[in-house]
Design a protein around this ligand. Structure first.
Ligand code: ADP
Ligand code: MG
Length: 252
């Protein structure tokens, strides 16, 4: 039975995509059958793994013109499959508005997939619109990346409220983790955000903190994970630690 995990935060630029790409590839490297679903019209986690402008995409799955099994593709890793995104998805939210059970289209599409994978990770867009609602309805766990920056906690109340609302359709949804990202050890600010997040979330926050590391930001422009691009970078070390903490937490 797959564990379905949505990586969401309606703020942009907090590390959702970077986390989804690198965590998925480490799960696959550990021979966990992993599916990365890119449900962001910006398609950054698709392009970050060298899959650009792919058709069909999650768009066809959501609007019901394709069966998910005909859209999932293999990545460069044997244990990592992808449901890619495409800019077409921009229109999907509008098209979906009048569809029946519009919040649970992804959940429905995944029904026959849960035996095929150990992990399904969903990279969400930076909003709380229908695409994110679909991701949250389909998931058992929500993971929230939080950037160690000003206003880091701003908007989290809204995300937590949305999670509670979603429990109406998906009672099993809980917050599975909070990941502090882009930590800069030179700043007092980063330290303060860490403290605030740990005060607020307690043990839900992962112990691993992802540092700000330029190699992490360069890797996607080559369509590579951090492990292909620079496996000895501080970013690569942090994501490896995070992955082992992640596996410990979800396989207990
Ligand atoms: P989101 O998906 O939440 O919008 P991204 O993962 O795309 O966020 O990250 C936003 C930007 O910051 C991207 O350019 C990404 O490459 C960069 N980035 C992400 N994590 C780090 C990090 N730990 N250190 C440096 N740059 C990072
Ligand atoms: Mg993103």
């Amino acid at each position: 039975m797959a564990k379905i995990i949505s990586i969401a935060n309606q703020k942009g630029g907090v590390g959702k995509t970077t986390t989804t790409i690198n965590l998925s590839s480490l799960l696959a490297a550990a021979e966990k059958r992993t599916l990365l679903i890119d449900i962001d019209p910006q398609a950054n986690s698709s392009s970050g793994l060298s899959v650009t402008n792919h058709t069909p995409s999650v768009y066809e799955v959501l609007v019901g013109t394709k069966n998910i099994k005909d859209v999932i593709i293999n990545s460069f890793m044997p244990f990592l499959d992808m449901l890619p995104s495409n800019i077409n998805l921009v229109g999907a939210e509008i098209e979906m508005v009048n569809m029946i059970s519009r919040e649970t289209l992804l959940k429905k599409a995944l029904e026959n997939m849960t035996e095929k994978f150990d992990y399904i990770l969903i990279d969400c867009p930076p909003s709380l619109g229908l695409l994110t609602l679909n991701a949250l309805s389909a998931a058992q766990k929500l993971i929230i990346p939080i950037q160690c920056e000003y206003f880091a906690l701003e908007g989290l109340g809204q995300l937590i409220e949305t999670t509670k609302l979603i429990r109406g359709i998906n009672p099993s949804l809980t917050i599975g983790g909070v990941i502090l990202t882009m930590y800069d050890s030179r700043t007092k600010l980063s330290e303060n955000v860490v403290k605030d997040v740990k005060d607020f979330f307690g043990d839900i926050a992962f112990n691993t903190i992802v540092p700000r590391n330029v190699r992490l930001s360069e890797a996607p422009s080559y369509g590579k994970t951090i492990f292909q691009y620079d496996k000895n970078s501080t970013g690569a070390f942090a994501y490896r630690r995070l992955a082992s903490e992640f596996i410990d937490r979800f396989e207990k």
